[in-house]
Ligand binder design. Sequence first.
Ligand code: FAD
Length: 468
Amino acid sequence: MAETFDVVVIGSGPGGYVAAIKAAQLGLKTAIVEKDKRLGGTCTLVGCIPTKALLATAELMEKLKDAKEFGVDVKDFGLNFLQAYKRKEDVVAKNSAGIDFLMKKNKITVFKGHGRLAGKGKVEVSGDKKEVLDTKNIIIATGSVPRTLPGIEPDHKRILNSDSVLRLETQPKSMIVLGAGAVGMEFASVFDSFGTKATVVEMFPHLLPIEDEDCSVEIEKAYRKRKIDFLTDAKVEKVEKNDKGVKVTIKKGTETQVLEAETLLSAVGRSPVSNDLGLEKTGVKVDRGFIVVDNMFRTGEPNVFAIGDVITLGNGPHPALAHVASYEGVVTAEFIAGKNPQPVNYDRIPSATYCYPEVASVGLTEKKAKERGYDVKTGKFPFSASGKARIVGESWGFVKIVADKKYDEVLGVHLVGPHATELLAEACLGLRLETTVEEIEKTMHAHPTLSEAVLEAAHAAMGHTLHM
Ligand code: FAD
């Protein structure tokens, strides 16, 4: 008799594979279905991991530019584009193999092929052969793919998306990056460090438009200093291709501008993957491609759950982030195992953009806190006044704390600057523990560290910085 699984997960991205590990660790008989040759999904194969590997090369290039100032004579250095791309692929391969190992270690059965629902408690897998799995629960974690705008369809030569830019075989001399969200900003940063002339075009008034406005303004200053051109409040009217590259007509207010470059990178968001999943004959509801779920990730069909980039909770955009997908995977596995988990608090999602300088945040922006009716106080400390930032030679940016005046609770922490994405963890824990500004102020921080800037921002929110 065919075995019956407790859980079958469809999709092995950070949502799916983490859900599978957690389910297995909770004693559930678990399988995972993946249509790609390799495990890991967008994050591991064409997202978080390869982009950060390229950013590591870019960071090294930036450091080498300052080597002389640090007393290091570097005779000659330059980018070996193909080697940078090869190293990126090596990092990806190791991470994907790591997931294979984790599946084995946790005794999760891996099925390679396209998974779809095939009646109550059944998942059909179309791979080398067709098989039908029996299962008590299904978790859909099929993720997302790059969004395509009409008239800007990628040909993967002149017009690229975030997948094909990672397959380049030669370095373009110039690139127009459409979209100043995390993905667009990171690629603009990488290619500028590599020596490609990058120009960012954003339809909203600021770069990184969902961040606290102070952070957006700071990163704009930094990009100006780096000579990365950008146009905000700018809409693309037309994209034309020719032998040399692309010609992009842009409308900014009443003015029309034409930009030319060798390539255009479209980084305008992601589209959910919910087609061909056999959802039609089920109670699973789909809204503009996103699978509708409740706070325990239940779809409208009993025992069918969905997590990660493919979902909507029906209350505005769902953050398309790897750690969100993974967290939702853990909650779902715990729920299936009867562990009664707490729902995810979407006010405390960390956000990290690994451009140079880095931008990171958790919690409410100053504007959002005010909109929610809080009497807001803020504290800000610039890295230019931090000893450690001077030591490492990176003194742009700041730490900003947004807090509630009445109860002193920290509502949000926003950072731009060196290692901002690593410094964020203290703020995440702080928000989780509903910390007050005073508690951060009374927490001793090691000296000299960049984290002292968090401490000083707390001092600032209390009305008195020590080192400024
Ligand atoms: P995905 O990772 O998209 O995985 C879905 C998986 O399901 C895929 O492997 C797919 O092949 C498989 N699948 C789909 N349909 C089927 C089917 N029918 N049968 C079998 N398998 C199927 N997030 C961060 O948090 N930090 C970052 O630094 C970051 N950087 C990014 C950089 C880029 C360039 C991009 C594009 C994204 C980045 N993200 C980052 C976002 C992050 O990658 C996604 O939020 C995350 O991968 C979503 O995870 P998921 O499990 O929901 O889906």
